[in-house]
Unconditional design. Structure first.
Length: 149
């Protein structure tokens, strides 16, 4: 998810919320992550880290969710919370001026399938490798948004 308006500036200043991240060659692992900070080369991340599960995410549909309010963000897999981050803190002292910034703004959804890039860390990666993955497509059954009033 990315900010509706870049109130605090360009990425990562105005934040990013990854509801789920998945590497095709690690079929039983996901991450949920917040990105923030003053500059691309000086940024912070908070989140679940790599979470391993005893099943292959590419074989079945799963429900990924995010419960976000003024106090916290919870990442949810198949109805179960797998990580929580408090928003009652300053994410980058000296840059943000209040607790919860930049996650105090409206964000929009992005559903994408990215192959390669820095997400793979130091692992050698050849995009042709994706041809060997059990499933090298992104399939979405539905997207729902609920808003508490």
């Amino acid at each position: 998810m990315m900010p509706q308006s870049s109130v605090y500036g360009g990425w990562p200043r105005s934040g990013e919320i990854d509801i789920t991240e998945y590497r095709g060659q690690r079929q039983g692992q996901i991450l949920g992550t917040l990105h923030f900070g003053p500059a691309p080369d000086n940024k912070g991340m908070a989140g679940s880290g790599e979470r391993d599960y005893p099943f292959d995410f590419s074989k079945d549909f799963h429900t990924f969710g995010l419960d976000w309010n003024v106090d916290r963000i919870q990442w949810i897999l198949d109805g179960q919370v797998f990580h929580e981050e408090s928003l009652q803190r300053n994410f980058w002292g000296g840059f943000y001026t209040a607790n919860g910034q930049p996650f105090d703004q409206d964000f929009f959804f992005i559903l994408n399938l990215a192959v390669g890039g820095a997400f793979f860390g130091g692992e050698p990666f050849d995009p042709v490798e994706a041809d060997q993955w059990a499933k090298n497509t992104l399939e979405v059954d539905y997207v729902k948004k609920y808003e508490w009033r």
